[in-house]
Design a protein around this ligand. Structure first.
Ligand code: UD1
Length: 419
C-alpha cells in the first residue's frame, strides 16, 4: 500500500493543467453500452475508478483501448445483462450500467452497492424510476434484478435531485420509443456533459424547465466522439490548496462557470481569484483566511465533494466558521484526522463548527474516502513539519498523480510504500 510523505509550509507557485472530469467520464463511458458502434472519448483521466469502469465494460462485452487519455470502445461480444459484485463493490457508480442494459436487453442484474464510508447511499430513486417505466425490481440474494417486457415512456418526478438516478434514467429513456419527462432532476454540469454525448450518439435529450429533462426515445443509437469537460472538483481542490499555502497558482483547462459557488467563498475568505478564458489563478490571503460558513447543496450550490478540502482551509481561519453537510449523512470522517493535526472541530450531526487555529502541525493521518483524503493532503501542505497521509489509494480514485501535480507547483511531497 502507498502513502504520501509531505513536508509542509511551502507556498505553491506555478501552473498545472486540470484533467477531464471523473464524474462525467464514468456515466459517459457507461453510456457506450447503448450502442454497438465505436465511441472515442478524449481527456479521460487515468484514475482507479476509470480503470474499474473499463473492467466493467470489458466484462459486459466491450473492447477498451486506452492511450494518452483517449479511450476507444468497441463491441466485442454480445452484451451480458449482469454486473459482477467484485467490480460493483469497488465503485458505487457501477449501478449506472442498469439504465443502458435494461434499455438494450430488457433485463439487468446489479448487486446492491451497499454502504460506503460516507453513508448509506440508497438507490431507491433509480429503482422507482425504472418501475415507473414499467419494470419489475426484485432483490435476489443481494442483487437487484430489473426486468421488463416493454418499457413505457412516462412522466417521473424525482423526490431528490440525485445525480446518479438522473443519469441512469436519462440513459434508459434514450432507447424507449416515445416521450419521457423527468422532473426534479439534478443540474450538475456532468449531467449536461452526458446529455451532450448522448445527443452526439443520435439521442434526443433536452432541458425544458430548469429542473426538467425531456427525452424522445430512438430505436437505436450510434457511435460518437466526445471530449470530457474539465474536472471541477479537481480544480476546486487545487484552488483551495493554492489558497491554504498562501501561494499563487494558475490552473489551465477549467470551466469558471462550473465553480461560481466555490470562487465566491474563496474570494470572501481573502483569496484573490482571476479568470481568463479557460484558466483560473488564485493567490492565497496574505494573512490567515477570513472564516466563511458554507452548506453543501445540489448544483449550483457549494459541492459536497469540496466540503472536506474546504474544512481543511477553515481550520487555519482567523475565527469560527460552520459547515453544514446537506447531501450525505456521514461525510465528516476526516475531522478526527484533522484533529490529530491540531484542528479544533466540533461535529454535531450534519453540522461542523470549526475554531480556526494559528497553524496545523504535521502528523500521520489516514485517508478513508476520496475527498476526505484530498482534504488531508491539502491540510498537510500548510502544516508545520512532516506529515504522512496513509491509504493514498482512496485519493488515487479521484486525483491522477496528485503528487506529481503538487510537486510541479513546488510542494515537497513524495509517494512511498507504507511501512
Ligand atoms: C454523485 C457523484 C459524487 C457526488 C454526488 C453528489 C459521481 C460518480 N459521483 O454521486 O461525487 O458527491 O453525486 O453531488 O458522479 N440518494 C438516495 N436515493 C437514491 C440516490 C441517492 O437517497 O436513489 C441520496 C444519497 O444517499 C445521497 C444523496 O441522495 O445522500 C446524493 O446522492 P446522488 O446525487 O445520487 O450522488 P451519486 O450519484 O451517488
Amino acid at each position: 500500500m502507498d502513502e504520501f510523505l509531505i513536508e509542509g509550509q511551502q507556498p505553491l507557485n506555478g501552473t498545472i493543467e486540470i484533467n477531464g472530469s471523473k464524474n462525467s467520464g464514468l456515466p459517459i463511458l457507461i453510456a457506450t453500452l447503448l450502442t454497438d458502434e465505436e465511441c472515442v472519448i478524449n481527456k479521460v483521466p487515468d484514475l482507479r475508478d476509470i480503470q474499474t469502469t473499463f473492467q466493467l465494460l470489458k466484462y459486459l462485452g466491450k473492447s477498451v483501448e486506452y492511450k494518452n487519455h483517449t479511450v476507444t470502445i468497441k463491441s466485442d461480444k454480445p452484451l451480458k445483462y449482469a454486473a459482477p459484485y467484485e467490480l460493483v463493490k469497488q465503485m458505487r457508480a457501477s449501478i449506472l450500467v442498469a439504465g443502458p442494459l435494461l434499455a438494450r436487453l430488457k433485463k439487468t442484474q446489479v448487486p446492491l452497492p451497499g454502504g460506503c464510508a460516507i453513508g448509506l447511499r440508497p438507490i431507491d430513486i433509480h429503482l422507482k424510476g425504472f418501475e415507473e417505466f414499467g419494470a419489475k425490481t426484485t432483490n435476489v440474494r443481494g442483487d437487484i434484478l430489473i426486468s421488463v417486457d416493454k418499457l413505457v415512456p412516462t412522466r417521473f418526478r424525482m423526490e431528490f435531485p440525485s445525480v446518479g438516478a438522473t443519469e441512469n434514467l436519462i440513459m434508459c429513456a434514450t432507447l424507449m420509443p416515445g416521450k419521457t419527462i423527468l422532473s426534479g432532476v439534478a443540474k450538475e454540469p456532468e449531467i449536461d456533459d452526458l446529455m451532450d454525448f448522448l445527443n452526439k450518439m443520435g439521442a434526443n435529450v433536452k432541458k425544458h424547465e430548469p429542473d426538467e429533462i425531456i427525452i424522445e426515445g430512438k430505436p437505436s443509437l450510434g457511435g460518437a466522439t466526445h471530449t470530457l469537460i474539465p474536472d471541477r472538483i479537481e480544480t476546486g481542490t487545487f484552488l483551495i490548496a493554492g489558497a491554504i499555502t498562501g501561494g499563487n497558482i494558475t490552473l489551465a483547462n477549467c470551466r469558471v462557470d462550473h465553480l461560481k459557488s466555490v470562487i465566491d467563498v474563496l474570494e470572501y475568505s481573502g483569496a484573490k481569484i482571476s479568470a481568463d478564458g479557460d484558466t483560473i489563478s488564485v493567490s492565497g490571503p496574505k494573512d490567515r483566511p477570513r472564516p466563511v460558513n458554507v452548506n453543501t447543496l445540489p448544483h449550483p450550490g457549494f459541492p459536497t465533494d469540496l466540503q472536506a478540502p474546504w474544512m481543511s482551509y477553515m481550520c487555519i481561519a482567523k475565527g469560527k466558521s460552520k459547515i453544514e453537510e446537506d447531501i450525505f449523512e456521514n461525510r465528516f470522517i476526516h475531522t478526527a484526522e484533522l484533529a490529530r493535526m491540531g484542528a479544533n472541530i466540533l461535529v454535531d450531526g450534519k453540522t461542523a463548527l470549526i475554531e480556526g487555529v494559528e497553524s496545523l502541525n504535521g502528523a500521520s493521518v489516514m485517508a478513508s474516502d476520496i475527498r476526505g483524503g484530498a482534504a488531508l493532503v491539502v491540510a498537510t501542505l500548510c502544516a508545520k513539519g512532516q506529515s504522512v497521509v496513509q491509504r493514498s489509494y482512496h485519493i488515487d480514485r479521484g486525483y491522477e498523480k496528485i503528487e506529481d501535480k503538487l510537486s510541479k507547483l513546488g510542494a515537497r511531497i513524495t509517494r512511498q510504500k507504507s511501512k
